[in-house]
Design a protein around this ligand. Sequence first.
Ligand code: BJW
Length: 245
Amino acid sequence: MENAALSLARGWIADARQIFVLTGAGISAESGVPTFRDALTGLWARFDPEELATEEAYRRQPALVWQWYQHRRELVSAAQPNPAHYALAALARQKSITLVTQNIDGLHQHAGSEHVVELHGNLFANKWLDGCGRCDTVPPIPGDPPHCALCGAMMRPGVVWFGEDLPRVARFRADHAAETCDLCLVVGTSGLVYPAAALPGVAKEIGARVIVVNTQPSALDETADLVLSAPAGECLPMLWQQEGA
Ligand code: BJW
C-alpha cells in the first residue's frame, strides 16, 4: 500500500460529511472466519457454497445444509472482532456513517458498532420454512433441523439465500445510505452478489468518491476512485484516528 494512496484516502475520509460503508466477508477473514467463497474447508471442501445457500438446496438436503450452518455458528461463536471492526466502530464516533454489511456473523456489533444494517440476515437467527404461524408458541422438536411440534415445519437459518428478497428495512436503509453519501468505503467484498454489489455504483452516480479496500482485485475496482490493496485489519486503523492511539 503506497503512502500517497493512504494520504489521499485519509484526506477524503476527513473531508466527508456522510460516509456509506459496505462490508463483506473479507473484513472478518482476519478474525478467522472464512470468506463466503472460501467457506468450505475441511469436511465441507467438496461442496459449492453457492449451491448450499438456496432454499432449493435446503428442501432437498435439509440435514446437510442445517449442519453446514451449525458448523459455521460454532466457528463464528469462537471468533473475535479484529482491528478493522474496531476501527469502523471508532469512525462512527467521529463521523456520520451508515454501516451496511453483507456479513451474517455479528462481529461489527461485537466491536461496538450500532445500527448496523444487515443485508443478508444473521447467522444466529432462525425462522420457519412454511410455518403454521403458531410454530413459536411451542418448544421445537430437536433435530437436524428442528421441527415445529404443531405442524412439522422445518426451522431454517435466518439468512438471505440466493433468489430471496433482502429484508425490506435493511434494503431501504442501504439504498438511502448509497443515495445520500459523499464517500463510499467498500471493504472486503468480491462485489459479485446483487443487489449489494450495485450500491457503490449508486453512490458513484450521485457524485460520491468510492474507496475499495481488498487484498485481491474485486468486481468493484472499476467503480472505485481509489483501491487500497491491503488486509482490512491493517489498512482501516491507518485511515482515521483510533481512540487511545
Ligand atoms: C479481504 C481480506 C482481508 C479476503 N481484507 N479483503 C443482478 C445480476 C445478476 C444476478 C442477480 C442480480 N440481482 C439479483 C441476482 C441474483 C443473486 C446474485 O447476485 N447472484 C450472483 C451470484 C450473480 N442475488 C440474489 O439472489 C439476492 N436476492 C435478490 O436479489 O432477490 C431478488 C432477485 C432474485 C433473483 C433474481 C433477481 C432478483 C440475494 C442474495 C443473497 C446472498 N446471500 C449470501 C449467503 C448468506 C448466507 C450464508 O452466508 O450462507 O450472502 S451469498 C454470499 O455472498 C453471502 C455474502 O454476504 C455475499 C457476498 O459475498 P462477499 O462478502 O463479497 O464474500 P466473498 O467470499 O465473495 O469475497 C470476500 C472478499 O474479501 C474477496 O474479494 C477477498 O479478496 C476479500 N478479502 N481477506 C480485505 N483480510
